[in-house]
Design a protein around this ligand. Structure first.
Ligand code: CO
Length: 504
């Protein structure tokens, strides 16, 4: 086989898929940002038509056995590095799609699209029983999916694999249990301690137009490229990249909560910078794709938490705030820092601070793993949910709408997805630790708004690598370690020990 010629043929097929995916991503971005409500129905049809086409094209990667021949060549070491990585990842993706029967895929997509509106109504009525039969079907189909995909240890493995390639349930469980046992007593200690903050920014009305300008200026100064991106508003902040040349972010605005829109912008900017930094020369191949959802989240969390919630950043931000916005003359840099770092156990994950956040994820992981493995029934779910919130976060869940029904992801069939948030938080701490050793006087630079070296450090070490390595290999190359809890632990202990003046 002429591998060079065959590779060229495969890359051509991959490019076609990338172009269709480009269109499909733009449709979904537009749906969240611009589309009028009445457009929903036809847009859903168009999107589904397009994803059907993409699915067919992915399966056709192997027509004339092109992909499996290249996969054999890769296994016997006949491909050069770049090509080997492309084939390894394309094969993995192809296999996962090929192993699911078409009828099953159609049924699952039908079920989850109905489930989302059933879930919405159940949450509105605070009535879990309304959602339970549908959730039960979704769990059964996830179990069936795991059977199709195959597994050795637990049916949760192949589901987790879909979001975090080559991560195992066993490792996740070990890491999460360690993290949980660290966080539960630590949060209790923090709760016993009052942090005297007088919120100076939250509650202040800042007109949305001014907020937009301010958010844009901050993102631009931090390194986000507006020639290859946009900042818009949407109900839930998100990032959508059509290509490294067009990686868009959104945030949400509330007139009296400037810091909430700003931290959301910085979070999404971290995602956006990753997408902008992927190597455009490899566009259409896995070498220009993010390593995993966990690595993606590490980029947003590193900017949002490790940089933007640091004291030097608060000093920089304080200057900008007092200079550019009226009515904020009386705030102090230390006040901004404290306001950005209050720890309050809460019911809702998306509003959680960086200390309590991971417990929301760990609770979901424990519950969804038990559901998939069959050791927990859907009927028992609300009770278990409430028990864990009480046990881990010390809070009482007043109703199912704010408890087990709060989140859309289970109705979408996204089982195995939540852990990637915590992988991201842990990777971010590992990267932050490594980066601080390599960038001299990083705090002084942050304090005066010098972010260039941080951006280029991340570009070189993470962004430019695409999917060349698995998430854990990539992190190991950069930090010397695979996924670990200790960097996160020491970051939290030192930061919050200082803030709350206690020994954690
Ligand atoms: Co994110």
């Amino acid at each position: 086989m002429d591998t060079k010629k065959e590779m060229a043929k495969l890359k051509k097929r991959l490019k076609e898929i990338a172009h269709l995916a480009h269109a499909s991503k733009l449709l979904s971005w537009d749906r969240e940002v611009y589309m009028p409500d009445a457009g929903t129905e036809h847009r859903a049809e168009a999107a589904s038509e397009l994803s059907g086409l993409i699915h067919k094209k992915i399966l056709a990667l192997n027509s004339d056995e092109l992909l499996s021949n290249l996969h054999e060549a890769e296994k016997s070491g006949d491909l050069k590095d770049d090509d080997a990585a492309i084939i390894r990842e394309t094969w993995r993706d192809y296999k996962r799609k090929a192993e699911l029967p078409e009828k099953f895929v159609r049924q699952l997509s039908q079920l989850t699209s109905e489930a989302q509106s059933i879930w919405r109504k159940a949450r509105e009525n605070d009535d879990f029983d309304q959602f339970a039969p549908t959730l039960k079907k979704i769990v059964e189909m996830q179990q069936e999916k795991a059977e199709h995909l195959g597994y050795e240890e637990t049916p949760y493995d192949p589901l987790l694999e879909g979001f975090e390639p080559r991560m195992t349930t066993e490792k996740t469980e070990k890491i999460f249990t360690d993290l949980r046992d660290f966080l539960v007593p630590l949060i209790e200690d923090i709760r016993g301690q009052e942090l005297s903050i007088n919120k100076q920014i939250e509650g202040q009305e800042v007109p949305i137009e001014e907020q937009k300008e301010f958010n844009r200026a901050v993102a631009e100064e931090m390194g986000y490229d507006f020639h290859a991106g946009r900042l818009d508003a949407s109900t839930h902040p998100f990032t959508q990249a059509m290509s490294p040349q067009d990686a868009r972010i959104t945030t949400r605005y509330t007139p009296t909560n400037l810091l909430s829109s700003l931290t959301a912008t910085i979070h999404e900017m971290g995602h956006g910078l990753y997408e902008q930094g992927l190597p455009d020369a490899h566009y259409g191949t896995p070498l220009a794709e993010p390593a995993s959802l966990g690595v993606h989240e590490s980029q947003s969390r590193l900017w949002e938490n490790h940089i933007a919630r640091s004291l030097p950043f608060s000093k920089w931000l304080h200057q900008k705030l007092t200079k550019q916005l009226a009515g904020l003359e009386n705030i102090s840099a230390n006040g901004v820092y404290k306001e950005l770092n209050t720890v309050t156990p809460s019911l809702i994950r998306v509003e959680a601070d960086e200390v309590t956040y991971n417990l929301h994820i760990i609770i979901r992981f424990e519950l969804e793993k038990a559901l998939i493995e069959g050791s927990l029934s859907v009927e028992e779910l609300p009770e278990q949910w409430n028990e864990k919130y009480e046990k881990y976060l010390g809070i009482e869940v007043p109703n199912d709408a704010e408890g087990v029904l709060q989140d859309i992801h289970w109705s979408m069939g996204s089982f195995g997805y939540f852990p990637t948030y915590t992988f991201g938080n842990l990777y971010a701490a590992q990267l932050d630790q490594a980066m601080r050793k390599e960038i001299p006087e990083i705090d002084t630079k942050i304090r005066s708004g010098g972010f260039e070296q941080i951006v280029s450090w991340l570009q070189n070490n993470i962004h430019r690598q695409g999917k060349r390595y698995s998430a854990e290999e990539l992190i190991e190359n950069v930090t010397g370690n695979r996924l670990r809890v200790d960097a996160f632990k020491s970051y939290i202990q030192s930061k919050y020990g200082n803030l709350y003046e206690i020994n954690l």
